[in-house]
Design a binder for this molecule. Sequence first.
Ligand code: CUA
Length: 178
Amino acid sequence: MAVSESDILRSEVRWAMIVGVAVAVIFAAVIYTGIELHVNPPSNIETIDPKALHLSNEFTESNLGTRVEPEGRITTRIVATQFAFDPPCVVVPANEPVTLRLTTPDVIHGILVTGTNVNTMIVPGYVAQVHTVFTKTGDLLMPCHEYCGLGHSQMWATVRVVPRESFRPDAEGRVACD
Ligand code: CUA
């Protein structure tokens, strides 16, 4: 059967429309998940000297974990190393805005917190920052999800989400797992 030029043209137009619809659906899904479900790529670009984390003010050992800042913001700071998170357990309150700040002195790691929209890579030289609200209480698993060496599969932390009334900062504004 001979295929005429108009048949080819019609077929091309049909496929162009199908592709156009697919692109529109994907674009709409990206807009919807971004605006309604708050699933966005991390956009914080903040550099830090990975060789001097222990000397910088923010990521020194004593400053890690969850702290209520003087202005009331709740910030959790975690250092990811081969092959552990420091601290290995953090406490956050439910239904309150929380900012997670993470960095690493060695190689690229990544984290997600199961059942939440928290998902970011942790790149040496940068501070990864995620704003979120944890809605369910309980111990959530936070595994490393970027292959970082032989101990990668042993690398995880716990995010303990507690009801607002059980979230009691000490005199310095800190809250830690016991
Ligand atoms: Cu750290 Cu995989």
